[in-house]
Design a protein around this ligand. Structure first.
Ligand SMILES: N[C@@H](CCC(=O)N[C@@H](CS)C(=O)NCC(=O)O)C(=O)O
Length: 173
């Protein structure tokens, strides 16, 4: 990864501090947005820094988005989302089956590109009957969420339904 920004930019500095704090493999490249021949406008339509190059030719901009991405890229976010989920779980009856997931990822203000940051989401399941401390090896598709819920509730899926129950998580072959 590369972070483009000017050394004086406080917005770029937020990201630089996070990169340092998390020891992320991200090179800081000095690039001012003001010169007429600056490459920044071709990477961020707003013409501002910081701009994060996630992989060759794929750019993320707006410091809030950049910092959010950098905080989550190593799977060890410093922000308190885990604690927020913990409060929700604490309020639920202990035998509740919970699936924590999202419909898509994203970068900048868009999603839908065939790149990992747009296409990869968390899929976490916990509760009665779920294999504990297990990382699901098989790929899981968003459509598998509904299929898994139907399976757990004992509902029969229509033959042409998309998605399959994530049986691996439920200890079934
Ligand atoms: N909302 C933006 C603000 C970024 C910003 O204003 N960056 C300044 C440098 S500190 C910049 O690139 N200015 C160039 C310009 O406005 O033309 C962010 O959070 O990333």
């Amino acid at each position: 990864m590369k972070l483009y920004g000017s050394p004086a930019s406080p917005y770029a500095r937020k990201a630089r501090v996070l990169i340092k704090e998390k020891n992320l493999p991200c090179e800081f490249v000095v690039e001012d947005p003001w010169p007429a021949d600056s490459p920044i406008p071709s990477r961020n339509p707003l013409g501002k820094v910081p701009v994060l190059e996630i992989e060759s030719g794929s750019y993320l901009f707006e410091s809030v988005q950049v910092v959010h991405y950098l905080d989550n890229v190593d799977g060890k976010p410093l922000t308190p989302s885990d604690a927020a989920v913990g409060r929700i779980l604490a309020a639920l009856p202990p035998d509740t089956l919970v699936i924590l997931t999202a419909d898509h990822g994203g970068h900048g203000r868009v999603h839908g590109a065939r790149i990992p940051v747009d296409m990869t989401i968390s899929w976490i399941i916990a509760g009665p009957g779920v294999v504990a401390d297990h990382e699901i090896a098989a790929p899981v598709n968003t459509m598998d969420t509904a299929a898994t819920v139907a399976y757990v509730l004992g509902l029969t899926l229509a033959p042409d339904a998309a998605g399959v129950p994530v049986l691996e998580a439920l200890g079934s072959p």
